[in-house]
Design a protein around this ligand. Structure first.
Ligand code: HXC
Length: 539
């Protein structure tokens, strides 16, 4: 490498002195050698193997994430103190993880990036200590923690020390939950107990074909249960995005993944002490939403994707969906309304008619709790026929899981605005941020049907004797007549509006304008939680 100081001295020397070759002092040469070796990560063959698999190195990943030239590394030269298995003698600089602070879109973030080229990115005590220290500093600096995970798990050679290392991290994941946003990016293996750190964070990103998460791998599964399964099916990105719900965002490549992380961060405050960032928009507050007029004319039994409504309501039609592939009967994510960030929770009639079930309850409850922790107002769009029926749901604990949704909504003190689009029946009506559950401003469209249950179900109970006694050929006509009478009386928003449980039935085309002004009105809302109170969420 060219030595700029020596170069300058040579330049100067040209003028008045005979040419001198400046010798780099031994201490400087040694320092540079050590730093370069440390920054190179693992041995060249391991780095080569990492690249051959199509994976970036730990430092390349950080470079993709942070604004150029802003990364301040901490603990580059730290090594393991483990004397067993000759680990200490290997002098592995950094101990398999790069930690430090950088700026992302100009905003501070703490980042750790595990280095699979050093002992498989396995977690020993020093490695864990670096991460724990970074998390403490991030909490003090009130900025998000972003973990990039690519590791074989607890470092076997370090025994219980490495397990304790995970303990240090899990403790901080929990301690700082709801204090600073925590994001996990899985870009390789994440096995054994190691999976519980990402599971304790707010958002998990995985890359298809690259990331795996499992408590026990395919070989242990085979030995224990006889089931044959490959890595991808057992714990790949799509498995966790669609089946287990562990993963919130999937990406096609690492680069795509880091782009998505930056987009998510643009919606989040740096800590619970801040409001989310606002942004300018040229989108008019009063833009008409003609799509909602069409909804009013539609057959109420016809399904539709609620995404279309969210896109139309949002500033610049931008919606960042969270958990896109999981529990598709409910949709959650971030939009901006009039430049301000809002979290949306919406029933999705295109999937299971938008009914609530176990997974939808869990998904929405967790999202609501995140919104509440980080001062993000909540918009609820309601089109829900009720709870999904079935033995599997009852035995799976829909009562227990459904209660989480009620708890999360009732507990949330951020501004809550609800818009009933169409159906709002029974217990699901109550759950979806109804007025009595603490909704601040509750609107409905004229197309709303708010009642204890749908017309067909209601008349079978109310008129069961009359229907049973009617002649077979008259039964259907009788049902239709009774259902219409019921619908006229109950399946509208007007009875609910007359009791004050709906604040206003609004013009559908004005929905965006009304929502923006409702959130502006509520911007000053302050209702701090009761000090010292610790609720008992039904987990
Ligand atoms: C020490 C490890 C390691 C580990 C991998 N390595 N995992 N070293 N402790 N946990 C080392 C390997 O010995 C190897 O070293 C290098 O990393 C690369 O590993 P390979 O096996 O060659 O790579 P690959 O074929 O890609 O397989 C990656 C892997 C596999 C799937 C992650 O290494 C593996 O199954 N590792 C163990 C995973 C696991 O069971 N972890 C759980 C541990 S228990 P060399 O010197 O050859 O380069 C746990 C409990 C935590 O995590 C509990 C917390 C509460």
């Amino acid at each position: 490498m060219e030595d700029p100081i020596a170069g300058a001295a040579q330049q100067a020397g040209k003028k008045s002195h005979p040419k001198k070759v400046r010798v780099v002092p031994e201490s400087l040469r040694k320092f540079r050698e050590i730093r370069e070796a440390a920054e190179a990560g693992g041995p060249p063959d391991k780095v080569e193997a990492q690249k051959k698999r199509g994976k970036l190195t730990a430092r390349e990943r950080i470079a993709y994430l942070v604004d150029e030239g802003t990364f301040q590394e901490l603990g580059l030269l730290m090594e393991s103190r483990c004397t067993d298995f000759g680990i200490r003698d290997k002098h592995i600089k950094g101990d398999g993880v790069v930690t430090g602070f950088g700026r992302i879109g100009g905003r501070l973030a703490a980042i750790f990036s595990e280095d699979f080229t050093q002992l498989g990115g396995s977690l020993g005590r020093t490695h864990a200590g670096k991460i724990a220290k970074l998390m403490d500093m991030a909490a003090d600096a009130r900025c998000p923690v972003i973990g990039i995970l690519d590791s074989g798990g607890a470092r076997i050679q370090e025994g219980v020390d490495s397990l304790d290392g995970y303990g240090e991290i899990f403790y901080r994941n929990t301690k700082y939950s709801g204090v600073v946003p925590q994001i996990s990016i899985i870009v390789g293996p994440c096995a054994g107990g190691a999976v519980y750190s990402p599971a304790l964070t707010d958002f998990v990103f995985m890359v298809q074909g690259l990331s795996n998460m499992f408590v026990t791998g395919p070989e242990v599964v085979k030995a224990a249960t006889g089931e044959s399964v490959d890595f991808e099916t057992l714990g790949g990105a799509m498995t966790h995005a669609s089946k287990s719900g562990v993963c919130h965002f999937t990406a096609n490549s690492e680069q795509d993944c880091f782009r998505q992380v930056k987009e998510l961060l643009s919606f989040l405050p740096a800590s619970r002490h801040e409001a989310p960032p606002t942004s300018e928009t040229k989108d008019s507050d009063t833009r008409r939403i003609s799509l909602l007029e069409k909804l009013c004319e539609m057959d109420p039994r016809k399904p539709y994707r609620v995404h279309h409504i969210i896109w139309w309501l949002a500033d610049d039609h931008k919606f960042l969906e969270v958990h896109h592939n999981y529990a598709k009967n409910i949709v959650v994510g971030f939009v901006r309304l009039g430049g301000k960030v809002v979290g949306v929770i919406a029933n999705n009639p295109a999937h299971m008619a938008g009914a609530l079930d176990i997974n939808a309850s869990d998904k929405a409850a967790r999202f609501i709790r995140f919104m509440n922790a980080f001062n993000i107002p909540i918009l609820t769009l309601v089109d829900v026929p009720g709870y999904w029926p079935g033995v599997a749901q009852e035995h799976g604990g829909i009562i227990r899981h459904g209660a989480k949704l009620l708890y999360a909504y009732a507990e949330a003190t951020v501004p809550k605005v609800t818009l009933v689009l169409r159906k709002a029946y029974g217990g699901a009506y109550i759950a979806m941020s109804s007025k009595m559950m603490g909704g601040d401003i509750n609107f409905s469209l004229p197309s709303a049907e708010i009642a204890v249950m749908g017309p067909r179900g209601a008349i079978e109970i109310l008129y069961s004797r009359q229907i049973k006694e009617a002649k077979d050929e008259e039964k259907e006509a009788m049902r239709a007549k009774l259902a219409k009478e019921y619908s006229d009386k109950f399946a509208s928003p007007y009875q609910t509006a007359s009791t004050g449980s709906i604040d206003e039935v609004i013009e559908p085309a004005q929905a965006r304008a009304r929502l923006i002004s409702a959130f502006r009105l509520l911007a000053e809302k302050r209702r701090p939680g009761e000090a010292g109170r610790s609720g008992n969420i039904p987990l």
